[in-house]
Design a protein around this ligand. Structure first.
Ligand code: ADE
Length: 234
């Protein structure tokens, strides 16, 4: 029988803490510098891990998980900076698609974000996972705190209004973070379905560092709780 295993990835300890606490039959293994926890969560087989911050760490972790743990679906859970002015701190953005906002071959005439060999600047998330994430999120947070949209990823903590406007205007993104589109690129390389959930810890503006520290724990917890609810449906 095919044993389905869902990878659940966070970049930070805070983003996976409550998942690890809720996990059963946990088995720990270390590959390279990444520590993977296999086990059961909401009755499903999962592998949960912290990939670390940034696109390279995200790619290392997700590629390793796919090859070593027979992963069939990928869910990224965590926090982000809001780009869309209508969003408030602690609102949740579920990825319809993701773009690497700092991938720049514009000197060769490519649009910003286009990775050589790709047809589009945006990596599309799996529609079924997006729907399940949305249904779970509105049950937990309520409809007016949940939105679907583009997430922009880059190796940059965005903390100024000019960059917020640039990312919003260029990519139509609702939120910015540092791992999602790298995980998306790796998932699509193996034709695996994925979705990224991000609760807003800050507005990526001049107060972003302060807000980030204040709201990181609660935002991370919200996103992780929604993932646990998703697992009941998957
Ligand atoms: N993650 C949380 N807030 C962020 C921000 N402002 N920029 C990039 N990644 C983030």
């Amino acid at each position: 029988m095919f044993l389905e295993r869902i990878a659940i990835i966070g970049a930070l300890d805070a983003e996976i803490e409550i998942l690890l606490k809720a996990m059963q039959e946990t088995k720990k293994s270390t590959i390279g510098r990444t520590v993977f926890f296999q086990g059961k969560l909401s009755g499903k087989n999962v592998v949960v891990f912290k990939c670390g911050v940034g696109k390279v760490n995200a790619a290392i972790g997700s590629n390793t998980a796919i090859l070593k743990f027979d992963v069939s679906k990928i869910i990224f859970t965590g926090i982000a900076g809001a780009i869309d002015k209508n969003l408030n701190i602690l609102d949740l953005v579920i990825s319809t698609d993701l773009v690497q906002h700092d991938f720049d071959l514009t000197g060769f005439g490519c649009p910003l974000g286009l990775i050589d060999g790709e047809k589009s600047i945006k990596f599309k998330a799996d529609e079924t996972l997006v729907k399940i994430a949305y249904d779970s999120a509105i049950k937990i947070l309520g409809k007016n705190k949940v939105t679907l949209g583009t997430i922009a990823t880059g190796d940059q903590f965005v903390a100024n209004k000019k960059q917020v406007d640039f990312i919003g205007d260029t990519f139509g993104a609702k939120a910015t973070e540092m791992e999602g589109a790298a995980v998306a690129q790796v998932a699509l390389n193996y034709n695996l379905p994925f979705v990224v959930l991000r609760a807003m810890s800050d507005k990526a503006d001049g107060s972003a560092h302060m807000d980030y520290n204040e709201f990181k724990p609660l935002a991370a917890e919200h996103s992780a709780k929604i993932v646990m609810s998703m697992l009941e449906t998957l």
